[in-house]
Structure formats: C-alpha cells, structure tokens
Design a protein around this ligand. Structure first.
Ligand SMILES: NC(=O)c1ccc[n+]([C@@H]2O[C@H](COP(=O)([O-])OP(=O)(O)OC[C@H]3O[C@@H](n4cnc5c(N)ncnc54)[C@H](O)[C@@H]3O)[C@@H](O)[C@H]2O)c1
Length: 359
C-alpha cells in the first residue's frame, strides 16, 4: 500500500480538531503540505506535522506532485476556487461545509470532480455519529414505515461575542444557516429523501458582535415538503441563551412515520429513543456495537471522548474511498443539494413565500 499524500488548506480550528487527528488514525497517510494565509496559524499547525511544506498560497500547494488529495478547511467563500484548482490539478478533494456560497458554484465543483474522475467528499461530520447511522439503517429496514414528519432543532448559546469571519457575509455567505443548519438539511435529505419545496425565515438579532458588524443570520427556520409527501421543520439558533455550546447543547432530530417514531441527539451517540405505533411512548434503544464505528475504520470506540472521536471516521472514509477507487460518502452532490436548499431558504425569507425545489 503506497503512502497517500494529503495537503490541508486552512489550518485553523477544524483542521486541528478533526482533520489532522482523523488522518493520523488512518495509517498509510502523510500530510505533506499545509497552507494558511495567516502566518501564525500556519506556523502552529506546522509544529504538529513533521516535514510538511508550508505556503500561504493554495495555488502552490494544490498543484504539487507530492500531494494526492486536498482537504479544504478555509472560510466558506474560498471553498469553490480552491476545490476547482485542486480538481484541475487532478487531486482528490474533501471540502468543508457549506461547499460553496452559490448553488451554481457547488454544482460546478461536483461536475468538475466527476469529469476529472477524482474522489470528492463533503465534510458533513455528523453523518458519522453512530446513532445517526443506526437510524438510517432502521429506516432502510422499514421500521419507520412511511415517513410523515422530520424535525430538527439545534440550539446554542453563542451570546454576542465576535465570531471572526463567521459574522462577515462576504466571507461566510450565511450565518447559522450555513454553519449549523447545513448539517441538519443534509440529515433531512439523508433520512427522508429530497425536498420538493420550502418556506423559510432568517433573523439577525445581533447586528454588532464583539464591537464589530455582523451581517449574517443568528437564527433560521425552514418548513419543508419532501417529494415523498413527508413534512419537515428545521430550526437553528446561536441565541438560545443559557443552553451552552457544541455537544453540550441541544442537537435534536425526530422522525415520525406510519409505524414508529425515532429520536436522535448527537449528545447520545450510542442511543436512540424509539416508540412504536400505539405503544406506551418513547424509550431508549441502544445502538448495536457494529454501528459504533464506520465500516472498516480502525478507530477504537472506547478511546477518547466519543462525542469528539466519531468525527475521525470522516477522514477514514475519504482515504478508504481513494484507496478503493469508489465514491466517497457524502460526496459533492449531497453538498450541492444542501447549498441549493440554503439558497432557496434565503430567497424564501426575502420574498416571504414558498420556493419550489423541483428540478
Ligand atoms: N464539519 C464540521 O463539523 C465543521 C466544524 C467547524 C468548521 N467547519 C467548517 O470549516 C471551515 C473552517 O472553519 P474553522 O472553524 O476551522 O475556521 P478557522 O477560522 O478556525 O480556520 C480557517 C483558516 O483558514 C485560513 N484561511 C482563510 N482564507 C484562506 C485562504 N484563501 N487560503 C488558505 N487559508 C485561508 C484562516 O487564516 C484560518 O486559519 C468552514 O467552512 C466551516 O464552516 C466545519
């Protein structure tokens, strides 16, 4: 097995928390190049990776012969140009979510990656939560019956602090919509199927954060219809005061079908709540051990904080797809579908009406 050589473009928070440890777990992988426009951030990352070439210019990194694959973890506005440059140089690409600001750019990325025959993956990290994967298995097995309703609620307390590039529309595109709801839009389509239309609202209740302007949304809600007749309600907020943050705050999904209801929350990585039609109510349903790691992943599910470590399976999926020359899951087409829904949500909020998502 030859060593897979990976470059990381954008060596800030998520690169250090998730991508580097995930790659380290995989074996047979070497991070050969790092890129960040902030010299201090690049320097800090380079101390964690022996012998990696460093540059502040992604064009120099994604074209290198000693790079087979590129992970893009920069602010959202730069995802599309970096991805297209990497694909143009024949590299496999994993890109952070949302993969682009516009639906047109995200579609162009998916089309270019397919045409180049490279592996492409969207970093919808929560698809790797064991309980989420088990829920999808139960739905596929028919335990839910006909899907009726999808519901997701992501509530965090980010207060009014400065969020850096995340509060600048020109860099982030959107606020809570792209930051948090993009993952839950992907859950919805993964568990229920494609959406057919939606109506949405967004709110900016903190025009100033940490003394700096904020022109992005802190709250978003979508009501959706799915092509199979099911309905969806998705809400996400940075302003749920007192609810804490990240995995210590509410990240809840419920799905109701003709035979049963299931509830999933990221904080309970190895447990669902389950209730059957006409039954006594919701009760815990343990996730079987075979679902605790992604198929084939070398990760020890007993090692580390399970609410952090499931994320490392994402890197394994990317590396394994490259090695086995098969599509990576979730790919750019799923990433593009979410960007399209985000774009429709903004259009709906601005116009105050339903937007069709039918092709
Ligand atoms: N999948 C997840 O669960 C998850 C979690 C957090 C962040 N993210 C996504 O990851 C991306 C980065 O988020 P973060 O929290 O790591 O942000 P961050 O600010 O901590 O890191 C981003 C880094 O990119 C660098 N950068 C900016 N423009 C660049 C360019 N043109 N070329 C090279 N480097 C550049 C910045 O200097 C910074 O160090 C975002 O798209 C975000 O939505 C995803």
């Amino acid at each position: 097995m030859s060593t897979l050589k990976v470059a990381i473009v954008g060596t800030g928070g998520i690169a250090l928390q998730n991508h580097l440890p995930g790659l380290a777990m995989c074996g047979g992988v070497r991070v050969t190049a790092l890129c960040d426009t902030n010299p201090a951030t690049l320097e800090a990352a380079s101390k964690q990776v022996d012998g990696a070439v460093c540059s502040s210019r992604y064009e120099e990194i994604v074209t290198r012969d000693d790079v087979d694959a590129v992970i893009i973890a920069t602010p959202n506005v730069s995802h599309a140009p970096i991805a297209l440059a990497a694909i143009g140089a024949g590299k496999h690409v994993m890109c952070e979510k949302p993969i682009a600001i516009t639906s047109a750019d995200s579609r162009a990325m998916a089309a270019a990656a397919d045409a180049a025959g490279v592996r492409h993956m969207t970093a919808f990290t929560y698809r790797f939560v064991p309980a989420m994967r088990y829920l999808r298995h139960l739905i596929d097995r028919g335990d839910l019956g006909q899907p009726y309703h999808f519901r997701s609620c992501r509530l965090q307390d980010w207060g009014t602090r400065n969020l850096g590039w995340r509060q600048v529309k020109a860099l982030a595109g959107t606020g809570e919509l792209g930051d948090m709801l993009s993952h839950r839009i992907n859950f919805a389509e993964h568990l229920v199927g494609p959406m057919s239309r939606l109506i949405a609202n967004v709110k900016n209740l903190t025009p100033v954060r940490g003394g700096q302007p904020n022109d992005t949304d802190d709250w978003v809600a979508i009501i959706a219809d799915f092509t199979n007749g099911a309905t969806g309600v998705l809400e996400s907020s940075k302003l749920a005061s007192g609810r804490n943050e990240s995995w210590r705050s509410l990240d809840y999904v419920e799905i109701n079908g003709s035979e049963a209801s299931f509830e999933f929350s990221t904080g309970k990585w190895n447990e669902l709540q389950y209730g059957r039609l006409g039954g006594p109510g919701m009760a815990p349903l343990p996730v079987p051990r075979e679902f605790w790691t992604w198929p084939g992943s070398p990760r020890d599910p007993g090692a580390g904080d399970p609410l952090v470590a499931f994320r490392y399976d994402q890197a394994f999926e990317f590396v394994d797809a490259i090695r086995n020359q098969r599509p990576a899951t979730p790919g750019f087409h799923e990433g593009a579908s979410v960007v399209r829904i985000m774009e429709a949500a903004l259009e709906s909020a601005a116009a105050g009406r339903w937007i069709s998502l039918e092709k």
